[in-house]
Write a protein that binds this ligand. Structure first.
Ligand code: DX5
Ligand code: ZN
Length: 220
């Protein structure tokens, strides 16, 4: 059975105090820390890379759920593994026919592979990767255009989540973008179990309450 994983997006944290921000989220009940890695090319924003993951890893044992919004994910496998990344979720839009090697390399470096789809990408594109002999272990359905926190949830993306959940009852299905108390019900009832939330958690007066509300919705 799928279990809830609540993953605050550290993109909404104070990067100058990343270790304490991360610890604060774990103390508030977070399961994972969602780390948005952008290259200024696949998306029009630039964030963090392996050196920052390596620094954070020295301060926490938490699962670091890395979301690679980069044009060449293969180049990031070795540096991120050495830095201490836990999950490695690449975008299907970046692939040619090299995904089997990519998944293999992610696993052989001890990380958990995932694949993500932008809002305009049909969900069918991930089916071969989920059904492969050496499959991805999570699908991340983007519910905003990747690149920035604080955007509005796109409810039409729930069709993708429903299709995935029906086809793959035990798959980890993650949603990312605009998730919070007002959108979690629709996402959880569509079948999402891994919930990324940036601005709704970091902007809340009581982040612990938001995290437990997200968890309760998934568990229902
Ligand atoms: C956007 C990132 C998200 C972002 C989510 O490209 O992938 O993880 O931080 O932020 P919110 O929850 O504020 O939409
Ligand atoms: Zn993300």
């Amino acid at each position: 059975a799928v279990t809830p994983k609540i993953a605050p997006s550290m993109l909404s944290s104070d990067f100058a105090n990343l270790a304490s921000e991360a610890q604060r989220m774990l103390d508030f009940g977070a399961d994972w820390l969602h780390m948005d890695i952008m290259d200024g090319h696949f998306v029009p924003n630039l964030t963090i890379g392996a050196p920052v993951i390596e620094s954070l890893r020295k301060h926490t044992k938490a699962y670091l759920d890395c979301h690679l919004m980069v044009t060449n994910p293969l180049d990031y496998v070795e540096p991120l593994a050495k830095a201490g990344a836990s999950g490695f979720t690449f975008h299907v839009e970046t692939l040619k026919n090299d995904w089997e090697e990519l998944i293999q390399r992610i696993k052989s470096h001890g990380m958990r592979p995932g694949v993500s789809v932008k809002p305009g990408t049909p969900i069918e594109e991930v089916f071969p990767l989920v059904e492969a002999e050496n499959p991805v272990e999570m699908v991340l359905v983007m519910t905003v255009e990747p690149g920035f926190g604080g955007q509005k949830f796109i409810p039409q993306m729930m069709d993708k989540v429903r299709i995935l959940r029906k086809k793959y009852p035990s798959l980890d299905i993650e949603v990312d973008g605009g998730l919070g108390p007002s959108t979690i019900e629709v996402a959880a009832s569509a079948g999402a179990n891994c919930i990324v939330a940036g601005s709704s958690v970091f902007g809340a007066p009581e982040p612990a309450q938001v995290i437990s509300l997200l968890r309760n919705s998934v568990e229902k």
